[in-house]
Write a protein that binds this ligand. Structure first.
Ligand SMILES: O=C1O[C@H](COP(=O)(O)O)[C@@H](O)[C@H](O)[C@H]1O
Length: 265
């Protein structure tokens, strides 16, 4: 394998598909398998979903699967834009349209931000990583993952991540001070370079504690950043800092996105 990234960590599984439809089928296979295994082991499936292009690719085949115990899912968002839940920029709204409207996940198991907390209490500083929306969302994670116990970080069964053309993932952007966050589970970002500027995001330690992390990237617009991610480990892009400590890392790409990579046959 010639990919430099792979020299430095446990080998991720990298798959590239001719069509986005094929990618969606394979992604649904993985999600269905991990859901069944997690429910068998822990009686629930904790999953974090990203926004952007991911929900459509995720749902295309998954929403037709009959063999999923949807009532055992606990869904969070890897990042969320601080806008009303019915706003077209909301990652929840996008996931609802693509997936939640088509499968029987109990609504109380879909954990959304409370955007109303934002309008009443704006963070004082643009760069303050704690704000009421982030705090409330972190409390929701604590309820599900820790309960009365004290744990350092939650362990998701699966985090589904997108990747921006600048190498950002979740709402963790290149060079941003949030990349150094080592305590919070959920952080506020008030200066996202990609609009809308106000968001909350899972932090890197949370991502790296997950049992499984799957990146999904399609289209020629992602070619250059994927080349950089795989061939230049020194760039320290947020997506390159995703290295699950004890978990597995998957990449689901289409051939347009992976065309500059040399992938094993
Ligand atoms: O702003 C965001 O962008 C990323 C990447 O989106 P994509 O459309 O390039 O796939 C996404 O993963 C994140 O959840 C979203 O808030």
């Amino acid at each position: 394998m010639s990919l430099k990234l792979l020299d430095r960590m446990e080998q991720p599984t990298v798959r590239s598909f001719t069509t986005s439809n094929e990618l969606s089928v394979s992604l649904a296979d993985l999600v269905t398998k991990l859901s069944a295994e997690s429910i068998e082991a822990r009686d629930r499936f904790t999953v974090g979903i990203s926004g952007g292009s991911l929900p459509k690719l995720l749902a295309a085949d998954l929403k037709h699967r009959k063999d999923v115990k949807w009532d055992k899912w606990e869904v969070f968002f890897c990042d969320e834009r601080i806008v009303p839940l019915e706003h077209e920029d909301s990652n929840y709204f996008l996931c609802k349209k693509e997936l939640f409207d088509h499968v029987p996940i109990p609504p109380e198991k879909i954990h959304t931000i409370d955007p109303n907390l934002a309008s009443e209490n704006e963070p004082k500083e643009e760069d303050d990583s704690i704000d009421p929306v982030a705090e409330d969302y972190e409390k929701q994670l604590i309820d599900v993952f820790a309960g009365a116990k004290s744990i350092k970080f939650p362990v998701f069964d699966l985090l589904l991540l997108g990747i921006g053309p600048d190498g950002h993932t979740c709402s963790l952007f290149p060079g941003h001070r949030l990349l150094d966050e080592g305590v919070l589970w959920v952080a506020y970002i008030g200066d996202s370079p990609k609009p809308p500027p106000k968001r909350v995001t899972l932090t890197l330690p949370v991502v790296n504690h997950a049992r499984n992390v799957a990146f999904v990237a399609t289209g020629s617009g992602k070619q250059d950043i994927l080349y950089q991610i795989f061939e230049d480990p020194s760039s320290k892009l947020p997506s390159q800092l995703v290295k699950p400590t004890n978990g597995k890392l998957y990449w689901f790409l289409d051939d347009a996105a992976s065309s500059k990579l040399i992938l094993p046959k």
